[in-house]
Design a protein around this ligand. Structure first.
Ligand code: NDP
Length: 284
């Protein structure tokens, strides 16, 4: 029988633990969230991040900058946040408006405050397998699997998508968990056939209805990272849920699957950053 992996519930359980941990710390972890421009999806993400901080007792600062902000102005704000003793984590909401250089912005964030784990220093650590900051979305997926009692060790895992934010770090985390991992992308040949090999299929493509029943093996575990809108404007993932779900042993819904976990992992990273700043021990 198919089991639904409830990311909302799992996330709430982890956030309750985080709240307790924050209350027990000798300092208040702080997160600065920077938004440039007025992209409606980004505004929602940023608001949710601030709300989540409040919920668990993390101090948060929010910077909403106008669309026409210059690279120099943005870098100068990052310099200021790098220096601030109240701010342990800095998050610049991506994508930035086209005239800004994202790579330079990411490089400017002090790696010890880079709670999104996008700085090459942190990306490299993820590759090595000895990392301070969790790549938020992929780490959220790993938590969903762990909470559901699923051990990726020895399993065939197929990751759909090779972005720096989701696909690549997801493959790394699964590899560190001893899975046999295949990464697929837009140039993969015989995609459906490759996907059908998967015991665990993680989709991060960004297209509604992309994963269909013929791409899924009977009894597979399907994790849907996608956040899309269907033809009626309704929020949905990459997976054609109604036709795929009956074939699976476990599946995540959208909304209410991976989404809430991403912010929860960001909260964890902010605590890690604060603990490191205070010279406290961090458990990995
Ligand atoms: P990107 O657009 O950066 O990457 C999409 C990937 O999908 C690329 O690697 C691309 O291949 C691949 N792809 C596109 N078309 C096909 C195809 N026809 N066949 C096979 N592969 C294909 O997206 P992101 O990784 O940033 O995000 C993916 C999805 O996850 C989005 O819906 C996004 O909104 C969502 N997301 C959700 C989060 C959450 O918290 N739940 C967090 C982050 C993202 P190629 O490299 O060859 O172009």
């Amino acid at each position: 029988m198919t089991k639904l992996i409830n990311g909302k519930e799992i996330s709430a359980a982890i956030r309750a633990e985080i709240r307790q941990e924050v209350a027990s710390l000798p300092l208040r972890p702080g997160l600065a969230v920077v938004l440039v421009g007025s992209d409606p999806a980004s505004q929602v993400y940023v608001r949710n991040k601030n709300r989540a901080c409040e919920e668990v007792g993390i101090y948060s600062e929010m910077y909403t900058l106008p669309e026409e902000t210059t690279q120099e102005q943005l870098l100068s704000l990052i310099d200021q946040l790098n220096e601030s003793p109240l701010v342990h984590g800095i998050l610049v909401q991506l994508p930035l408006p086209k005239h800004l250089n994202e790579e330079e912005v990411i490089l400017r964030i002090n790696p010890s405050k880079d709670v999104d784990a996008f700085h090459p220093a942190n990306v490299g650590k993820i590759m090595i397998g000895n990392y301070d900051f969790l790549p938020c979305t992929p780490a959220g997926v790993m938590e969903l699997l762990a909470y559901s009692g699923i051990d990726p060790a020895g399993k065939e895992c197929v990751v759909l998508g090779r972005s720096n934010i989701v696909g690549k770090p997801q493959a790394m985390l699964l590899l560190h968990a001893n899975a046999t991992v295949t990464i697929c992308h837009s140039r993969t040949a015989n995609l459906a056939e490759v996907c059908r090999r998967a015991d665990i299929l993680v989709s991060a493509v960004g297209r509604a209805g992309f994963v269909t029943a013929d791409m899924v093996k009977d009894g597979a575990i399907v994790i849907d990272v996608g956040i899309n809108r269907d033809e009626n404007g309704k929020l949905c993932g990459d997976v054609a849920f109604d036709e795929v779900a009956p074939k699976t042993s476990y599946i995540t819904p959208v909304p209410g699957g991976v989404g809430p976990m991403t912010i929860t992992m960001l909260l964890k990273n902010t605590i890690t950053a604060a603990k490191r700043a205070a010279g406290l021990e961090v458990h990995k």
